[in-house]
Ligand binder design. Sequence first.
Ligand code: ADP
Ligand code: MG
Length: 258
Amino acid sequence: MSKRAENEVPEYIGFRMSKQKWIEVLKPREDTYKWINGGAAGYAYVNKNKIVKIIRGSKYEDKMEFIKNSEKEVNFQERAAKHKLAPKIFYKGFVDESFFIEDIPYYYYIVMEYLSPDKWEHLWRGQNDTLMCKFINDLVDKVGIINDFDPTAHIYINKNNVVMIDYGRCIECKEENCKKRMADTLEIVCGRNKRSYSPVSYSSHNRSHNRSSRSHNRSHSRSSRSHSRSHSRSSRSHNSYGSHNSYGSHRTRKQSRK
Ligand SMILES: Nc1ncnc2c1ncn2[C@@H]1O[C@H](COP(=O)(O)OP(=O)(O)O)[C@@H](O)[C@H]1O
Ligand SMILES: [Mg+2]
């Protein structure tokens, strides 16, 4: 295997126990992770039923803030996973070192259950809103959090099981309208709101949608992470779904480094 070019991210990586960090692997072995996805925030590599999400620490961010945000993401996901609403996390950690050739000073990794495409597929609005609403109910009632920022491409289904990935944008939510806020972001109508859904309430739906799109603009220290990501698995379908998530940016491994 030839060595990768300067501007490429590694195709294979493995965790080196002695150094407690990820290293490039040139000859894949049993425990090697293979690149599947890369975007503004980081990279995803898969090994059988596990995926590692490597979140790049940006040199423009405060390191402690970066660690705090990564731990918050892990905390949300672990809480959701207890109720089978998120992939289980196996290991995670902060590495205070540049990731390979990347011009980043540090990164955070999360090794979790991989929702492999042979079992799981994206759950999009309109496909099974009943299950999507049930998911929102569970997330709010059992975990007390919502994602009213970018949940759209992050919800998956396998039979009747629905889970969400990417807890980086979740927030604690204990108010009364938590469920509606998340449903509005997903552009679905759940529960009591559903019964009152009519041409009359359509305008109110639009209003709430505007509200939710305004919330996309709220200042967020990790906002640089959220857009212009590649969603390689989202290319399969639903380009008609008018949400703020940007599909169609299908970077290759080579292109994933700016
Ligand atoms: N547990 C998982 N199972 C399957 N695919 C995943 C999983 N976690 C991440 N991915 C894939 O990696 C992409 C990036 O992960 P995500 O958590 O959304 O990172 P980011 O914070 O960069 O948006 C996802 O859009 C999805 O394609
Ligand atoms: Mg994401």
